[in-house]
Design a protein around this ligand. Structure first.
Ligand SMILES: Nc1nc2c(c(=O)[nH]1)N[C@H]1C(S)=C(S)[C@@H](COP(=O)(O)OP(=O)(O)OC[C@H]3O[C@@H](n4cnc5c(=O)[nH]c(N)nc54)[C@H](O)[C@@H]3O)O[C@H]1N2
Ligand SMILES: Nc1nc2c(c(=O)[nH]1)N[C@H]1C(S)=C(S)[C@@H](COP(=O)(O)OP(=O)(O)OC[C@H]3O[C@@H](n4cnc5c(=O)[nH]c(N)nc54)[C@H](O)[C@@H]3O)O[C@H]1N2
Ligand code: SF4
Ligand SMILES: [Mo]
Length: 670
């Protein structure tokens, strides 16, 4: 007997789709879109569909494993939980609780995934990760400018006369924005894509503008110069709703448009045209995560914000500097779930620098690492150091669904459930404001258990008492408490499957910004309060011919390790057939210089590492000197690309500089 259930995509993605899941004889047999979902409207991507294969895969981890003499052996849950909790107690007594590190990312968008924090806070406080490999510098940049990072509701795009997609690979990463772009075009909007790569979004745009990677801040500065020259700026916004415009003006006066053209490799006429487009309101900007993954990334986003601001596109229908939708996450009571006030000790490592810190911090030394919802061996930069660090500690515990590169290194691997095997509510602070309900639909295979079950069992052994003694339902209610006051209860959500959260459709329309001055801040007081420079600058990326000529001579090409089409980070590669290979996509000028043709086997390297793969020559419209390799690929298929990337943090927000990466290429023998 088959039955169809309403459910939700758990993957870390812009779209947070509603699902219809078919269950037959206790097994998920199909994952499809929920047509009744107001934003995602029945359309889902291959990664969502493939969750059926992920759930039923014969490679699922089924039993707790312990490494003995270099080999994994099956152990009971009782033994695993007992040994791990005894170790935790002993480590805490001898070295303090912060000698345990919790390493994670955000592989699952479930509300209850926040309970990991509660567990470690009740334990006494461990070493936690701060910052974000993903979008840290952009979030901080927008927080300095606006006071927070908010987006317009997805439907508002239909009020835009012009739409600029800036460094977001929409067709690949944000399916429903892609559909909205197509619809907006039909309704007459003008679409411009600014991206060094001629991606599938650029293909549907009226104009594609390529830019030298990492130089978008300068490009925004050039557009603002042209805007001021032509008198297209919005004086009213600048005068009444902003502070620090004089600093911005002085900055723009300090650089010539010719110098901007030279560095951005964008002609002056294009900047003039863009100034006119921004002046022809309303113009919406959809900022991606691409150009903030550079040393100058936070400043880049701030210069783009400044352009949106001076052109008067803030707080109006059809405008906006749409980057993140933090109001979504802020609708939940994550602090109530995580009990941060319960920790007695604390220590922080940045997500980026976790590996160096594991190797070098001595007070106290890291004795034990817990990995949940993350695969640092493929996803954290500078893989060679990450591998050394995660291999160096006494005890590595990895809670996983599959034997990933990280799990391979573990002393204990604890098998966990996939989304359809546990109940949760799902949301994403990236694009739209709907929360989706995901019921438990099937039972977990073998002895796989949910993260929550694992925390609860460890909490019992560690004596956390009542603070961790809640049912799943009760925890969900704690996390949704303030929503009940706003008229949305868990039982209502269960009934309808999805619900819109109470957020502003057009943020900042009252021009009350959450900055210290209450105005839009071209010069940031929050930055100054942190002892940082509040003024905008014309900072350049770290690895470029302008900033490190010697390095650029040795490594003349720019490596972009962007998000893969068919996998969510590392989560789908092992399910693909034929088996994936490392694809090294190169600009035409590189192919000509090095005489490389499609499918040539090459080595790509820099001072941090090397990777081997097969060439695809990018045909059209791609900026010169670009090498593109999708992120996420496992070592068994030739990865990880992060062998090449740097673990340095960006200029603000403890973000990453993943794409600020020069490499060289040569033909290799297979
Ligand atoms: N298929 C798929 N979709 C995903 C994910 C996935 O793994 N796979 N992951 C999800 C997650 S967690 C995230 S964070 C989002 C990320 O979504 P996106 O913001 O789309 O992320 P990126 O893959 O980094 O691609 C960004 C774009 O930036 C461009 N870019 C790189 N450097 C520069 C630059 O200097 N200037 C400009 N203008 N453009 C630049 C790249 O060419 C690329 O087209 O995607 C989500 N969606
Ligand atoms: N070079 C390069 N590196 C990147 C990026 C890039 O663009 N280029 N993108 C960065 C970005 S934007 C992000 S968001 C990160 C993503 O980094 P990660 O979140 O680490 O990557 P994923 O592959 O999505 O997931 C990691 C693991 O979590 C496991 N998992 C899934 N659900 C659960 C669960 O419910 N419980 C537990 N315990 N485990 C679960 C999966 O099996 C998977 O192995 O990668 C970053 N790394
Ligand atoms: S991965 Fe993103 S686009 Fe694909 S089904 Fe999930 S939420 Fe939707
Ligand atoms: Mo991300």
């Amino acid at each position: 007997m088959s039955k169809v259930f309403t459910s939700a995509c758990p993957l870390n993605c812009w779209d947070s789709c509603g699902f219809k899941v078919v269950v037959e004889d206790g097994k998920v047999t199909k994952v499809d879109g929920d047509e009744t979902h107001p934003i995602t409207k029945g359309k889902i991507c291959g990664r969502g569909r493939m969750l059926e294969k992920r759930t039923n895969s014969s490679e699922r981890l089924l039993y707790p494993l312990k490494k003995v003499d270099g080999e994994f052996t099956r152990i009971s849950w009782e033994q695993a939980l007992e040994e791990i909790s005894v170790k935790m107690k002993a480590i805490k007594a001898e070295h303090g609780s912060t000698s345990i590190l919790h390493s994670h990312d955000y592989a699952n968008g479930g509300l209850l995934k926040n309970l990991d924090k509660r567990f470690f806070n009740l334990f006494g406080g461990v070493t936690e990760l701060i910052g974000s490999i993903c979008w840290g510098s952009g979030i901080e940049g927008q927080t300095w400018d606006f006071g927070d990072a908010y987006s317009h509701s997805p439907e508002d795009i239909f009020n835009s006369k012009n739409i600029i997609v800036w460094g977001r690979n929409v067709a690949r990463t944000n399916l429903h924005l892609f559909q909205a772009l197509q619809e907006a075009k039909k309704r007459g909007a003008h679409l411009i894509v600014i991206d060094p790569i001629f991606n599938a979004t650029a293909k549907i745009a009226h104009e594609h503008i390529t830019v030298k990677p990492g130089m978008d801040g300068l490009l925004a500065a050039g557009i603002m110069k042209e805007m001021l020259r032509l008198g297209l700026e919005n004086q009213e916004f600048i005068r009444n709703h902003s502070v620090g415009f004089e600093d911005l003006h002085a900055l723009l006066d300090g650089i010539s448009i010719e110098e901007i053209t030279e560095k951005t490799e964008v002609p002056v006429e294009v900047m003039t045209k863009l100034a006119q487009v921004y002046g022809d309101r309303p113009t919406s900007t959809f900022i991606g995560l691409g150009m903030q993954r550079y040393e100058n990334g936070g400043n880049t986003i701030r210069l783009i914000d400044a352009l949106v601001a001076i052109s008067g596109n803030i707080g109006i229908a059809g405008g906006g500097a749409n980057y993140a939708h933090k109001q979504v996450g802020q609708s939940f009571d994550v602090t109530e779930l995580s009990l941060a006030n319960q920790k007695q000790e604390h220590r922080y490592f940045t997500m980026m620098e976790q590996a160096e810190k594991i190797l070098n911090e001595k007070t106290p030394e890291v004795k034990m690492i817990f990995v949940t919802c993350g695969n640092p061996l493929t996803q954290v930069p500078d893989t060679n150091v990450v591998k050394k660090a995660f291999s160096s500690v006494e005890t590595l515990v990895v809670v996983e669904q599959f034997m990933t590169d990280t799990a391979e290194l573990a002393d204990y691997v604890l098998p966990t459930t996939t989304a359809f095997e546990e109940e949760d509510v799902y949301y994403s602070s990236m694009y739209h404001a709907y929360v989706n309900y995901g019921p438990q639909l099937v039972s977990a295979p073998g002895e796989a258990k949910s993260d929550l079950w694992i925390w609860t069992e460890l909490a019992k052994r560690l004596g956390f008492g009542d603070e961790f003694n809640y049912t799943r339902e009760q925890f969900l209610e704690i996390g949704m408490k303030s929503l009940v006051e706003k008229g949305l209860s868990l039982s209502q959500l269960k009934e309808i499957g999805h619900a819109e959260l109470p957020v502003d459709e057009i943020p900042w329309s009252d021009y009350q910004f959450k900055t210290p001055s209450g105005k839009y801040e071209f010069t940031s007081k929050s930055a100054e309060q942190k002892g940082l420079l509040g003024q905008l600058t014309l900072a350049l990326p770290k690895e470029s011919k302008w900033t490190n000529a010697e390095l650029a001579k040795k490594f003349p090409y720019q490596l972009l390790t962007i998000h893969p089409l068919r996998s969510n980070h590392s989560q789908h590669y092992h399910l693909l057939s034929p088996e994936p290979k490392v694809r090294v996509e190169i600009s035409q000028n590189i192919a000509e210089q090095l005489q490389l043709m499609d499918d040539a086997y090459v080595r790509v390297w820099n001072e941090r590492g090397e990777i081997f793969g097969y060439v695809t020559v990018l045909k059209q419209g791609v900026h010169n000197d670009i090498v593109k390799i999708d992120e996420g690929i496992w070592s068994r298929f030739g990865g990880s690309v992060n062998q090449l990337t740097s673990s340095q943090v960006s200029d603000n927000g403890l973000g990453s500089i993943l794409y600020d990466c020069l490499v060289n290429i040569e033909a290799a023998n297979e």
